[in-house]
Design a protein around this ligand. Structure first.
Ligand code: SF4
Length: 312
């Protein structure tokens, strides 16, 4: 048994349970992009990134533990939660590792492509490179979703328009491939989620048409995309809360119950509680319906952790 980074979970008697419920192995956590519809709105914590060697070791150990214990992953394991996967970039010796490298190790060690949901590259060089690398080796991702929204801080600027258009141009070839994400077997490898409140839907659709034109797609591709919800899906905005309280988005749909707690059941697509391994080595429970994270404890009552030293 060589998966030493997970030894503390074996000692606490919870490894099987964590593996069965694992939904997140964080390459990065936190976000300062400040989209107004996001639970990260108002978060000023620097983005935390797991060193690439540590992440590789963890992915290797998790994959080995799955095989050794005869457990099959029941869901896509993603590399971020309230963060943007395209923001991952770390030095590793003489190279910079990006989310493309994260996707590679997911394919190699976890046996699944990485599910990537991003608000775009923002024109950053490392993020643009990551997207081009993904487009050239699309087997490393199970599905890529690009969120386009008036809630992005860049909305209304030429810079935002051009960067989204460039990202679409890079990812458009993935529209020709099927999703390999187990939660969406009939979807396509690429989807744009156009997220707006209903009163801003027209404005969002106009932006989308402009971005598609600027992307310079092959003839007919833009019309086809606009007409096919598997390619471009218009979505509502829910009040998921934020670091500073309720969502600041005007007309966001409330999901608060009578008890004042948020609860958005997504039983068709998500298990209610999932485990996440965080960049600080903590293993926590994520309530996927209430959008909250809780400390997880083992038999001894101590907070659960993996051993990052053996993963370094
Ligand atoms: S929606 Fe994504 S990119 Fe925007 S603040 Fe939230 S985590 Fe960051």
């Amino acid at each position: 048994m060589a998966y030493t980074s997970l030894t503390p979970l074996i000692e606490e008697g919870v490894l099987d349970e964590v593996l069965e419920g694992l939904g997140f192995l964080h390459a990065n956590d936190h976000c300062r992009r400040n989209c107004t519809h996001c639970p990260a709105f108002g978060d000023t914590t620097p983005v935390q990134m797991t060193p690439f060697a540590t992440l590789t070791r963890l992915a290797h150990d998790v994959g080995e533990a799955f095989r050794d214990r005869g457990i099959t992953a029941q869901r896509s394991i993603v590399s971020w939660r309230i963060s943007d996967p395209l923001d991952y970039h770390v030095r590793d010796g003489r190279t910079t590792r990006t989310t493309f490298d994260v996707a590679r190790i997911w394919r190699e060690h976890l046996g699944q492509g990485l599910y990537l949901v991003t608000n775009g590259s923002e024109g950053k060089r490392f993020a643009r490179t990551a997207l081009r690398d993904v487009a050239a080796a699309p087997e490393v991702v199970s599905q890529v979703k690009l969120t386009v929204t008036p809630c992005d801080q860049g909305w209304g600027s030429e810079r935002y328009l051009h960067s989204i258009a460039e990202d679409i141009a890079t990812l458009a070839p993935l529209w020709d491939l099927g999703s390999t994400r187990m939660e969406d077997p009939s979807g396509l490898r690429f989807r744009i989620n156009l997220k707006s409140t209903r009163d801003r839907r027209e404005e969002a659709l106009e932006f989308m048409a402009q971005a598609l034109e600027l992307a310079g797609l092959r003839p007919g591709a833009a019309e086809k995309a606009m007409a096919d919800p598997r390619r471009i899906s218009a979505k509502d905005i829910y009040d998921l809360g934020s670091y500073v309280g309720d969502s600041p988005v005007v007309n966001a749909i409330s999901i608060k119950g009578d008890n004042g707690k948020r609860f958005k059941s997504t039983a068709d697509t998500r298990t209610h509680h999932q485990y996440g391994i965080y960049p600080d080595g903590g293993v926590r429970v994520i309530d996927m319906y209430e959008f909250k994270v809780y400390e997880a404890t083992g038999e001894s009552g101590a907070p659960l952790r993996v051993d990052l030293r053996s993963a370094a």
